[in-house]
Design a protein around this ligand. Structure first.
Ligand code: HEC
Length: 242
């Protein structure tokens, strides 16, 4: 039996496939932008590292969210002595007494113009001690509900995308063993990536397998998308083997 190949596709089908691949590629690039703007700064340094992933899932158990953020994205809004004052307060137990004396004046002057309940921004309200205190507690990483939410969205979303991309890709010509492997890799990488999110929540060393799973997913996406686009428009089949 002879299976369908790109050479059997109408121009309409190739156009449909091409626009689909281009659209999800744009989506993939934006997912990368999101990772580099949201996850990469977590350790206070630019660039995506295993440490960033560890902080996202496992948390930063030796530090606090407030400290991390003040070292990272919010560092431009206050001076070094102010930073040290707040960090000292955090490690002295973050009491209300000391808060009123030492920390509130800094927060009121430097942070509250943005971080107030009327700002309309989805950022923490820093006008009340109780709310700041929560940020001054050790960061234990992503919550189970948030993890379940992002996991199921990714499993449904990426599962569907790789299924559709895979259906296009199997029209390409190449040795069967290679094609079978390339079709399977994305699903293995999804399992590796998302499974490792859960493991990292409890055991930080799995941040490495999160990284490996994500990289493998990106590579398999690129291979399937580029091979499909190339063979669809530029490849002349030699025979009808496979
Ligand atoms: C010019 C406005 C502005 C000022 C001033 C400002 N922030 Fe922010 N802050 C933001 C915005 C916007 C975000 C959300 C985007 C982000 O995380 O970069 C944010 C996020 C945060 C978060 C939450 C981050 C998270 O991911 O949980 C904390 C905590 C925070 N800021 C603390 C501070 C502190 C402390 C100061 C004062 C030293 C400060 N901010 C000054 C605008 C501001």
């Amino acid at each position: 039996m002879r299976y369908r190949r790109f050479s059997d596709c109408s121009i309409s089908e190739k156009l449909l496939d091409t626009f689909f691949i281009l659209t999800i590629s744009a989506g993939y690039l934006l997912a990368m932008v999101l990772i580099f703007t949201v996850v990469a700064p977590l350790d206070g340094k630019s660039g995506l590292s295993v440490k960033d992933i560890e902080i996202k899932y496992y948390g930063n158990r030796s530090g606090t969210r407030l400290e991390e953020v003040m070292k990272g994205p919010m560092r431009v809004y206050h001076s070094l002595p102010e930073h040290e004052e707040i960090v000292r307060w955090i490690y002295a137990g973050a009491t209300e007494q000391q808060y009123i004396e030492k920390v509130k004046p800094i927060i009121d002057e430097k942070c509250v113009k943005c971080h107030n309940p009327g700002s309309g921004l989805a950022i923490p309200d820093l006008t009340e001690y109780q709310k700041i205190k929560l940020l001054a507690e050790a960061d234990i990483g992503i919550s189970i509900s948030a993890l379940a939410r992002v996991s199921h969205i990714h499993l449904f979303g990426i599962g569907l995308l790789f299924y559709l991309l895979g259906r296009i890709f199997i029209l390409a010509e190449m040795p069967v063993w290679l094609k079978r492997s390339i079709v399977a890799v994305p699903f293995v990488s999804i399992a590796l990536d998302i499974g490792s999110w859960w493991l990292t929540k409890y055991i930080p060393v799995f941040a490495y397998t999160v990284m490996a799973g994500g990289a493998l997913m990106g590579i398999s996406f690129a291979v399937q998308a580029l091979t499909s686009l190339y063979q669809m428009w530029f490849y002349k089949p030699k025979g009808t083997e496979m």
